[in-house]
Ligand binder design. Sequence first.
Ligand code: ZN
Ligand code: ZN
Length: 258
Amino acid sequence: MYPLVDSHCHLNFPSLSEHLDKILDEMAHNGVGYALCVSVNLHDFPQVLDLAVRYPHIFASVGVHPDYENKVEPTVETLISLASHTKVVAIGETGLDYSRTKGNIGWQHDRFRNHIRAAREVNKPLIIHMREASADTLSILKEEQASEVGGVMHCFTESWEVAQQALDMNFYISYSGIVTFKNAASVREVAKKTPLNRLIIETDSPYLAPTPHRGTTNQPAFVRHVAEAIADLHGITLPQIANTTTNNFFSFIKKTNN
Ligand SMILES: [Zn+2]
Ligand SMILES: [Zn+2]
């Protein structure tokens, strides 16, 4: 079968990195050929990059998650310089998250804009984290002309209207194990409508383990369950969804799959 890709995981987090050999074996056993290890703060970025340098099938991103309130603020220049490595294929995760931050959220907006400016400068795609903040996220993406580089709306759980606006700005839509959750009928509805040529899949591991592994530590191998759920929704086979989402992943990172 064509290899699957986990387009968003946090392999450098201790719950995964402490068992790295086993995690990589499980990926191979489940036909998961590639994974993108996503940076959430600059302090941990060296570990993220190290994984991508050591393993040809692991890619890295650079960015600071909108939830990290007390971390060193990334400047456009810093992001540009860290993104220059060839294994750094995307900028993020970045975006807006109003679910935990109360009060002044101006700093989230400034940080988000810096990521978009850096992405345009280095011509690498954006990984967008958006939670309870879709209107502001979309308007900042528009204002900063993010469509020039595009990217992915990761772990998508928003409405079809939001999906359409993201698609219009050259973004891919990525679905996580949430599509396998019993109570996620509305996410499945949107996933079903998402055009197959713009859809990718992820685990967001170690979080959000899909059914039938709910409650355990998630890992990139489990992206196979996400693939099966999406294949079902679109009435196609697992090899077909693997082929499609893997090709989409490589177009998203602006590379060819060799
Ligand atoms: Zn996220
Ligand atoms: Zn994440």
